[in-house]
Design a protein around this ligand. Structure first.
Ligand code: C6P
Length: 409
């Protein structure tokens, strides 16, 4: 049972009343990016209409308003993920930039030959490639936690993968390709026990589950705003204060310095030492409005809706003959449901479904190691959010039946 009125939520999203030809849009690609409610669109537009100036620079009214709104968004994001102080949040363009910041600012400074970084085969490329680059640059070694046949992390060999050589465990909180929810408390406890830090890719987790970085005791958390109703290029990196103090900045430029001399410069305080140049001010202000929206629904309610619709979709897709990748129990997963339908290539399927107004993603979802693990070049993926309904799941299944008809002619 959804604890909020989905039709009331839908009315806040102008794009959901668009038609695709003569069919209503059924938007099921929320893992790629969510849609935005009027509240977020208005917050971003009002920033430009009424308050636009650069942040942290102008000593005039607009400059102060822009700074206040920008910093207000930092306070909201910090509270949303349970951070003790807004200074623990670095604003970034999203998870990719956040993970690269950890890989440059922390890993390249502290890793040395013989050290290990442990990740999983379930990761998005943005939590693989930065570690390949950082371990190659430092002489450290990259290791992987494998996957079970049913899309869970295979932790049977964790003891030999996570050792005193491990300096960092970097893992997604929720897989975009399998939906799998990671047992973070267990992994963070095990990593800290051997002295490793833990980075969590929160791109899919933060929009869909209540997160408390203090309770989890996580060291880094990467966040993408655009998957949680906010504008593109909004998001951030949470990190523990002592880690941020020790890290190097990734970008040099305006605002990140305290003093500049001919031969060197000194850094501004955290978080500003990581925020060089003019930031994505209006977008982060929009993120603040998105957080207000999600808080008004309540993250427990957001999760309850997702569980309800995902359980329904898993059942209906399985009955329709789809092979589903990832856990079949909705409690173990989020709402990104990857599947292979009969013998139809996912790209053909997505094209046919589009004729019925149904938008799904087809491809490797930037998770090629997952595709290799399960022996497929691509999957079709439907992914749900707060405004999706069971009728839309029915529309997906009806469209699949039509695709089946076309291919069995
Ligand atoms: N996944 C998808 O369709 P950015 O693009 O930086 O906001 O997020 C990257 C990213 C990192 N980790 C996970 C688990 C993700 O799902 C994503 C983005 C999109 O699945 C686009 S590839």
């Amino acid at each position: 049972m959804t604890p909020f009125d989905v039709q009331t939520v839908r009315a806040d999203f102008p794009i959901l009343s668009r038609m695709v030809g003569d069919r209503p849009l059924v938007y099921l690609d929320n893992a790629a990016t969510s849609q935005r409610p009027n509240q977020v669109i208005d917050a971003e537009a009002d920033f430009y209409r009424l308050h636009n100036a650069n942040a942290h620079r102008g000593l005039y009214m607009l400059g102060e308003e822009a700074t206040e709104l920008f910093e207000g968004a930092r306070v909201k994001l910090a509270a949303f993920v349970g951070a003790r102080a807004p200074e623990n949040i670095i604003f970034t363009r999203g998870t990719t930039e956040s993970m690269n910041l950890v890989a440059y600012g922390w890993a390249r400074k502290f890793l040395k030959p013989g050290d290990e970084v442990l990740i999983t085969e379930m990761e998005h490329h943005s939590n693989i490639v930065p570690w390949q680059m950082a371990t190659q640059a430092t002489g450290a070694t990259l290791r992987y936690i494998p996957l079970t046949d049913d899309g869970l992390l295979d932790l049977s060999d964790l003891g030999s993968l996570l050792t005193e050589r491990t300096k960092l465990l970097s893992v997604t909180g929720m897989s975009n390709a399998l939906g799998t929810i990671t047992p973070l408390a267990l992994l963070i406890g095990a990593a800290h026990a051997v002295g490793a830090l833990v980075a969590v890719d929160g791109a899919q987790m933060v929009p869909h589950l209540a997160v408390d970085v203090e309770a989890l005791d996580v060291d880094f958390l990467a966040i993408s705003g655009h998957k949680m109703l906010a504008p593109t290029a909004s998001g951030g990196l949470y990190a523990k204060p002592e880690i941020l103090e020790a890290m190097d900045p990734m970008f040099g430029g305006g605002e990140m310095i305290r003093e500049v001399f001919h031969d060197h410069a000194t850094w501004n305080t955290v978080p500003y030492k990581f925020e060089a140049g003019t930031m994505q001010i209006a977008q982060q202000v929009g993120l603040g409005a998105a957080i207000d929206y999600l808080n008004a629904l309540g993250m427990d309610a957001v999760r309850a809706h997702e569980l309800d619709i995902t359980a329904y979709a898993l059942r209906r897709l399985e009955d329709a003959g789809a092979r589903i990748f990832g856990p079949m129990n909705a409690e173990d997963r989020g709402g990104a449901v990857s599947f292979w339908f009969k013998d139809v290539h996912p790209h053909d399927l997505a094209t046919i479904l589009n004729e019925d107004g149904v938008a799904i993603r087809a491809g490797h979802h930037c998770a090629q190691l997952v595709m290799r693990r399960y022996g497929v070049p691509a999957t079709a993926r439907a992914s749900f959010y707060i405004y999706n309904t069971k009728e839309e799941v029915d529309a997906l299944v009806d469209a699949l039946a039509r695709a089946d008809g076309i291919f069995t002619l």
